[in-house]
Write a protein that binds this ligand. Structure first.
Ligand code: WTA
Length: 649
């Protein structure tokens, strides 16, 4: 998908665009170009109009403050509360008994919370947090399985003005530790254990390895999920249910400034250190509220299911804040799609009559491989709209998704965005946009993007370039936590004044955008961002490794598979045991998602004369391509030797 030649582009764009059916378009939120025209007329007025869909306690006095780029501010001096916009307002509008959160556990246990019930839980937990000394501006780390308590904790943080930092449950204790320390969290919320494919993962015990080295953490709240035992640290550890048992179920939302930080979410970048992406209150909520409504065509009786984990931005924006601020019913599932059997997701769609389903291409490719029987034996007739996110979707997977899951009648919204953008940026609008399989189509109304060449000129149709965002947008990241300089350097320096996405893209003759994936040293493994440097740093921390180069090898299901080339210290011999050891070492440092699929030992790595590792050559070797020009190498022989060894392996 990434290393394409231009004739492949042309082939991809040959599909006849698929128009929405008259039936879908008729009742769709958007079926004409009104929104586009309004935004084009006056972009800021458009966003101000969108902002009015939320409840503000005081109105902003400026829509966009662009006095100090790239440190933009939105809705200056506006005041609001996120949880109030996600809960109270719907209850006041008569939706109190509507299902807000529908949950099913891996073992089939279920829980439904109406808007009224969810508000009560959130208020109770807000009181718990406040009593424990957490207040406005304090950071709270959430390391939890996909259970309702995780969402209650997030919403309670927003109610009291605390900043949540949700860490993906699959990250290792070491990765958790780095994130707790970087965010300076005073509190960690976790669970005793998590259910994973029929096994129990002892989360709280694992967290202890991190907590031992996190002196800033004063309190740890533990949800009882699996009944796994752990040794309590008196004075620090507290049980969720005990705390909630006598908590008051009313809590006045704290009035927050539009620019107050809402959450930090760590994401991989091109160095070994993850970036703490900081989002703020007002603009973020306007962005996700608006995009959820129009991209997922929010209808009153929808049962909406986004299969992401709340540990990623997709979980934040399109499981929690987008759906709930629109008064939708959001479904969450604790487990994986293949447990106890490979029809689990379709069983859930059938059981809960899911209407809108949002997942990642890597999952779709797995479903394809597992075969149509798992899909065909379930009734999927409730589905009306499908979505895709996380990586480019190959036309073959798109067409399968359309035919076998959507039965030919559901539009697919291929949504391009990032942790940094906070909200969907490029996407079809399902009742309007003719779809081309594999293209995310155009920018959302009020969003301005382009594809530029090396000199900053817009590319011609069919010519590959870099995707940029040309003007600020409400849900944009405000900075990198504790590192404003890195914020400026990473995103705003390549093309001064424009936001650099780090993605390659091209436009076709109809103006459709085709995203090609990352152009930097960030891999997309099963829709998750992993920095090559992060994995390399983890590898060289092992006593046997001197140097490591990590590349993403194109992989049928995962998009990229991590392949590592490692040189060993004198006295160490490459062996299968060492391969296993290094793989587990990376798993321990970062998490299972970063474990290399392949490790290859080499006596040296190919470097340019200035000492830069030529990852491109290693990728060519791993994907068995011709090596092309190697004359800039310090020692061309190195490549020949690696190639020989790799092919023989
Ligand atoms: C990639 C996930 C093509 C892209 C929301 C981006 C996509 C990175 C798409 C962000 C898509 C996401 N088509 N590529 N529809 N969606 N990407 O921060 O490379 O986890 O830069 O945010 O995923 O990943 P992140």
């Amino acid at each position: 998908m990434t290393d394409k030649k231009s004739e492949d582009f042309i082939a991809d764009s040959q599909f006849e665009p698929l128009k929405p059916s008259a039936k879908f378009a008729k009742s769709a939120r958007v079926n004409d170009d009104m929104l586009f025209r309004e935004a084009q007329n006056d972009r800021l007025a458009f966003w101000a109009k969108m902002a009015k869909n939320l409840k503000w306690n005081s109105k902003w006095d400026r829509i966009l403050d662009d006095d100090k780029p790239p440190f933009y501010k939105w809705f200056t001096n506006g005041k609001l509360n996120v949880s109030e916009n996600c809960l109270d307002i719907h209850i006041n509008n008569g939706l109190g008994d509507k299902k807000a959160l529908i949950f099913e556990g891996e073992e089939g246990d279920t829980q439904v919370l109406t808007y009224k019930q969810l508000l009560k839980e959130v208020c109770k937990f807000s009181n718990v947090l406040t009593k424990l000394g957490i207040g406005k501006g304090d950071a709270v780390t959430v390391w939890m399985p996909m259970i309702p308590e995780a969402i209650i904790a997030m919403l309670a943080c927003t109610r009291i003005g605390a900043i949540h930092s949700v860490v993906f449950g699959g990250f290792s204790p070491e990765a958790l530790k780095d994130r707790i320390l970087d965010s300076e969290s005073k509190m960690v919320i976790t669970a005793d254990g998590a259910n994973r494919r029929g096994k129990v993962i002892p989360m709280r015990n694992a967290a202890e390895q991190a907590l031992e080295e996190c002196p800033s953490v004063e309190k740890v709240i533990i949800v009882k999920r699996t009944g796994t035992s752990y040794k309590t640290k008196p004075g620090r550890d507290l049980g969720w249910s005990e705390l909630m048992a006598d908590a008051n179920d009313r809590f006045e939302p704290v009035n927050m400034d539009a620019e107050d930080p809402l959450f930090i979410l760590y994401s991989s970048g091109t160095t070994g250190k993850p970036k703490g992406i900081l989002h703020s209150t007002g603009g973020y909520l306007v962005g996700v509220n608006t995009t959820f409504r129009y991209v997922f065509d929010h209808q009153e009786d929808d049962i909406y299911w986004c299969t992401a984990d709340i540990g990623w931005i997709t979980g934040h924006s399109y499981i929690v804040y987008g759906p709930l601020s629109n008064g939708s019913s959001t479904f969450i599932y604790e487990g994986t799609p293949d447990y106890p059997s490979r029809d689990r997701f379709w069983e859930l769609v059938e059981k809960y009559k899911v209407t809108v389903f949002y997942t990642a291409p890597t999952a779709i490719r797995s479903f394809m491989r597992w075969g149509n029987d798992h899909v065909d034996k379930r009734d999927l007739s409730s589905l009306r709209l499908l979505g895709s996110v996380g990586e480019p979707i190959n036309p073959e997977a798109w067409l399968w998704y359309h035919e076998h899951i959507g039965k030919g009648k559901c539009p697919i919204v291929d949504t391009w965005w990032q942790t940094e953008t906070g909200m969907i940026m490029i996407t079809p609008l399902p009742g309007l946009t003719p779809l081309k399989p594999g293209s995310a189509s155009w920018a959302f109304p009020g969003i301005e993007v382009d594809v530029l060449d090396d000199n900053g000129n817009p590319t011609e149709a069919g010519q590959r370039g870099f995707l940029v965002i040309k003007s600020p947008w409400p849900a944009m990241l405000r900075t990198l936590h504790g590192d404003p300089e890195r914020f400026e350097n990473t995103y705003w320096k390549q093309y001064p004044g424009l936001y650099f996405t780090g993605d390659g893209a091209w436009k076709d003759k109809d103006g459709y955008l085709w995203i090609m994936g990352r152009v930097d040293d960030v891999l997309n493994v099963s829709g998750h961002r992993i920095g090559t440097m992060e994995v390399e740093s983890a590898l060289v921390e092992h006593p046997a490794a001197v140097e490591a180069a990590v590349i993403g090898k194109v992989h049928e299901i995962k998009g990229h598979a991590i392949t590592a080339f490692v040189t060993l210290k004198e006295g160490y011999e490459g062996s299968d045991e060492l391969v296993q050891e290094l793989k587990s070492h990376v798993g321990k440092k970062i998490g299972a998602i970063a474990r290399p699929e392949e490790i290859f030992f080499t006596y040296e790595l190919p470097k340019t004369r200035s000492g830069k590792i030529m990852r491109r050559l290693l990728r060519d070797i791993a994907e068995q391509r011709d090596l092309g020009d190697v004359t800039t190498l310090m020692d061309p022989q190195v490549v020949a030797t690696i190639k020989e060894g790799y092919t023989e392996k």
